[in-house]
Design a protein around this ligand. Structure first.
Ligand SMILES: C[S@@+](CC[C@H](N)C(=O)[O-])C[C@H]1O[C@@H](n2cnc3c(N)ncnc32)[C@H](O)[C@@H]1O
Length: 258
């Protein structure tokens, strides 16, 4: 995936310094914005899949499918519901207790990781892996800088540790029982319509299917592995013996216990 860094159109001077730092950190080209009017022209003429844009409101990814910037989105509502005593299917499947050590092997927008971090609390540990360098960068940045209205959510976001690595690579070097639970929410093979953030995320995400070998490695790193997928059949193929999720929910959570 080819990408470069630039700035938003306004406040170019102040943001250029930030954009140059990001370009250096990510080892990609910095393109001064005044060379191009529109970002789609920049993408086309430079033959790029995406561009990371430094704006006054933070980092944005722009590609042909749209714009993505970090926002805790669904985590806000989910946390409110949890606080009201309502059920969250993800939380129920992972059965997270205070102090739990959780590996979210497919971080994405970090909504699930935020819920896990809240439930595990300050004595717990949530590590999120993200194979896409661009997404890892923007989401990690957001987790450290975004201030939510709910202070508990802000604290939960700050506690998430992120690693830019594929699940397979990371799990290979994990000790036995390094975690209480490993969670996978890989990209669906066919996109689900309706989520604009996910649509903009798809072209920059890592879309390789989860392999059985990676699931086996996860079962060494934790006694429990949870996989989110659309169908029960695919979860059974991964070896899940318990399936949970709402009756009318489009997605299911499969659990494998060692
Ligand atoms: C469907 S999204 C996860 C959404 C996430 N659960 C949330 O709450 O926002 C999948 C994400 O995991 C990443 N990913 C997929 N397979 C991966 C792997 N094997 N290792 C690391 N990251 C992976 C993708 O790049 C994508 O960002």
């Amino acid at each position: 995936m080819e990408f470069a860094v630039t700035t938003g159109r306004s406040g170019q001077m102040e943001l250029a310094g930030q954009a140059k730092i990001w370009a250096r950190q990510l080892e990609v080209e910095y393109i001064p914005r005044n060379l191009y009017g529109r970002l789609d022209t920049l993408l086309e003429e430079r033959n790029l899949d995406a561009v990371l844009v430094a704006t006054a409101s933070g980092a944005r990814i722009v590609n042909a499918a749209g714009t993505f910037f970090y926002h805790p989105s669904m985590a806000v509502l989910r946390l409110q519901r949890l606080k009201n005593g309502e059920k969250d299917n993800f939380a129920a499947a992972l059965n997270i207790s205070r102090g739990a050590k959780i590996l979210d092997a497919t971080l994405g927008l970090a909504s699930d990781a935020a819920i896990a971090s809240y439930l595990a609390g300050p004595d717990g540990e949530v590590i999120g892996l993200e194979a896409s360098r661009l997404l890892w960068f923007v989401v990690s940045n957001g987790l450290q800088t975004y201030t939510a209205e709910d202070e508990d959510l802000t604290k939960a976001l700050r506690r998430i540790e992120t690693v830019h690595m594929t699940a397979g690579e990371y799990l290979k070097q994990c000790g036995r029982d390094a975690f209480d639970v490993v969670y996978f929410d890989p990209m669906f093979r066919f996109p689900v319509s309706g989520s604009s953030a996910m649509q903009a995320l798809r072209p920059v995400a890592y879309t390789q299917p989860l392999s059985l070998q990676t699931v086996q490695l996860a079962l060494n790193a934790a006694p429990t592995v949870v996989i989110k997928e659309r169908g029960e059949r695919i979860l059974r193929e991964y070896g899940c013996s318990e399936i949970c999720g709402g009756r009318y929910s489009k997605v299911k959570y499969g659990i494998i216990r060692r």
